[in-house]
Each structure stands twice: as C-alpha cells, then as structure tokens.
Design a protein around this ligand. Structure first.
Ligand code: SAM
Length: 326
C-alpha cells in the first residue's frame, strides 16, 4: 500500500494522456496554445499501463484519464480499455470537453467506464465561444444529452469566473432538477500556462454557495464521501445534485488520496507542486518494477501537507492544467 508522510493512503491516479487540446479555454492556456512537448517526450501507452499496473499493485483502485483532451490522442480507446482490465483497478473515469465524445460512447459503455466528467463552463453559445475560443457548443450539448441517454454517471465541471459565467451558476444548478447529473462548481486556479494574469479570486466556494442559497434558501447539504474534493448539495426535489470544489482556497487537502502523472510521466504529489520526478526517464533508464515502487514510496514520504505548502516549495511558474493533467 502507498501512504504519504501524513498518513494518507493514495488510491486515486489521475493520468494525463496528452497535453494537446482542441479548445483554448482562456483560463487554462494561451490563445496560440502551448509549447507542446515532442511526441517522444510523452509517455507511450505501454509506459502508462506499466505505471498504472504498478500503482494498482500498491492499492490504487481508481484511475481518471485526463489531459489535455483525452480524445485527441490517437487510439486512446485502446489505452482506456487496457487500463480498465488492470487487476485492482475498480473504477475508470474520464474527464473530457465533450467535443468528440459521442462517437466513443457505445464503446465506453461496453468497456464499463464508471463515470464521465464533462467540462462545460456555461450554457450559452456566445459565452462558450468567448471562454473556449472555439465554436463547439452544440457538439458539447449533444454529448451532454447523449450522456444522459446512456445512463453513464455524469458530472459537469464548471469553472466559476467573475465577468465570464456567473449568470450560468443558477441555470447550471437548475439542470439538476431535470437531469440525474452532478454539477460541480470549481474555483478558478492559477494554472493557465501564462495565458492570462491571475488575480486572486473573489468567487470562492463560500461565495458560490451564498449565491445559490440566495436563489434556493432550502438547499440541502449532502454527506460527502471521505476523500471527496467537492462539498455536495441538492436543490429541493432535484434529480441530480451539485458540488463546490474549493480548488484554490484548498480546504480539502487533509483527505487527498490523489496521485498525478503528467503526460510526460512526471509525478505531482500535489496539484500545486512543481513536478518532482520523471518516471519517464527512470523507466527509460531501465528501472525495475521494484525500483519504481520504491521511488513512489520515497517521493510520497516527503509530500507537502497541503496545497499551500506545496506551492511554497515549488519553483515552477503555474503551468497549464493541460500539461499537468487537470
Ligand atoms: N480536456 C479535458 C476537459 O476539458 O475536461 C480534460 C482536461 S481539462 C485541463 C480538466 C479540467 O480542468 C476541466 O474541467 C477544466 O475546466 C479544468 N481547468 C483547467 N484550467 C483550470 C484552472 N485554471 N482553474 C480551474 N480549473 C481548470
């Protein structure tokens, strides 16, 4: 089993499978995109599967496939299917922008994908274009409908940004009245790859909740799972629920069970740490499975207590969520 130096067991791998994305969300990356790594610098499927298998042997039982946009990576379904058959992996989830999800849904359902997080920051075509700089709103809404029809557990991720989508908070909440979906409001973080100047947010978790309660005073607090990153609620008589993720104010670190591997195979023991070790280079230099296991143990024995400490120790400027694996 893999524990950190604060007694937290690691159970959940977030695997970035590509840095590339077909959207250009202004809060995530610059308009012209990033200086993407050469293909040879990105982990192969075999390397990703090997690290996942080793981590599964160490007690990791949940894997999230993310990126960049997972579905822009060639043959991604092959990787997803292989990961879902690794012994010990009980749950495979995907985070996607939904622009090309529909064609993959039947296969994802057949593989038994447990849940899909759809990133959707607003419910308006014009605002979507401004935020993502791409005209893909209709495709994403079609994906949402297809997800609802498919019965796959679905969450919507909406990053809350003053002057950009505050008017979408209540309509997003109201989606849960008709649909069995969990909408999660995420505090904006500084991981934008230099795409914009980050100013500390005022729309934090508390403010978002107060805003919703202003419209729906009888919001019910739900019980949160032990390692949940979201504080979860429900509108009266809703089919779905909503959650708020204090990603910037970081009040949830005490129960963090996550491991992040970037598309280049760097370990992040915390989203806010600069990236401590290259498992790509380690594997390519011939490391054995046992050496890899020991390296995970060593790195997690020096993990920051929370995102503030990790940020303090980090010398890296805030890279894009696309290269981290959001
Ligand atoms: N392309 C996929 C998608 O759009 O869902 C997966 C990668 S994306 C980086 C993963 C999640 O990170 C998305 O929900 C996105 O909104 C979120 N994200 C990106 N930059 C962020 C930031 N600066 N602050 C908060 N969330 C961010």
């Amino acid at each position: 089993m893999l524990y950190d130096n604060h007694g937290r067991q690691l159970r959940y791998l977030r695997l970035g499978v590509t840095e590339r994305c077909n959207l250009r969300c202004f809060y995530c990356m610059p308009e012209e995109g990033l200086n993407f790594s050469h293909r040879s610098q990105i982990l192969s499927f075999e390397e990703m599967e090997r690290l996942t298998r080793i981590l599964a042997e160490m007690g990791i039982n949940k894997v999230r496939i993310t990126g960049g946009e997972p579905f822009v990576r060639k043959n991604i379904m092959e990787l997803i299917e292989n990961i879902s058959t690794i012994e010990g992996v009980d749950s495979v989830n995907i985070t996607t922008n939904g622009t090309s999800l529909i064609e993959h849904l039947p296969k994802l359902k057949a593989i038994g994908i447990d849940a899909i997080n759809l990133s959707l920051d607003c419910l308006d075509k014009e605002r979507f274009l401004k935020i993502t700089r791409r005209d893909e709103f209709d495709q994403v809404m079609d994906s949402f409908q297809a997800l609802m029809d498919s019965g796959i557990t679905t969450k919507i991720n909406m990053v809350v940004m003053e002057e950009h989508n505050l008017e979408d908070i209540i309509p997003m909440c109201e989606l849960t009245l008709q649909h069995k979906v969990s909408v999660r409001f995420i505090e904006e973080m500084p991981f934008n790859g230099g795409g914009k100047k980050f100013t500390p947010i005022t729309w934090n978790a508390r403010q978002i909740l107060a805003h919703i309660q202003g419209h729906y005073p009888n919001v019910e607090k739900l019980t949160d799972a032990e390692s949940s990153t979201s504080l979860n609620y429900q509108l009266p008589n809703a089919k779905g629920s909503f959650g708020i993720i204090p990603a910037y104010t970081r009040t949830i670190c005490h129960s963090c069970d996550r491991i992040r591997l970037t598309p280049k195979g760097e370990l992040k023991t915390c989203l806010y740490d600069g990236g401590s070790f290259s498992f790509r280079d380690f594997m390519r230099a011939g490391a054995t499975d046992e050496e890899i296991r020991n390296q995970f143990r060593t790195l997690f024995s020096n993990r920051a207590k929370d995102g503030f400490e990790a940020q303090q120790k980090s010398s890296n400027p805030f890279e894009s969520m696309a290269t981290i694996g959001g």
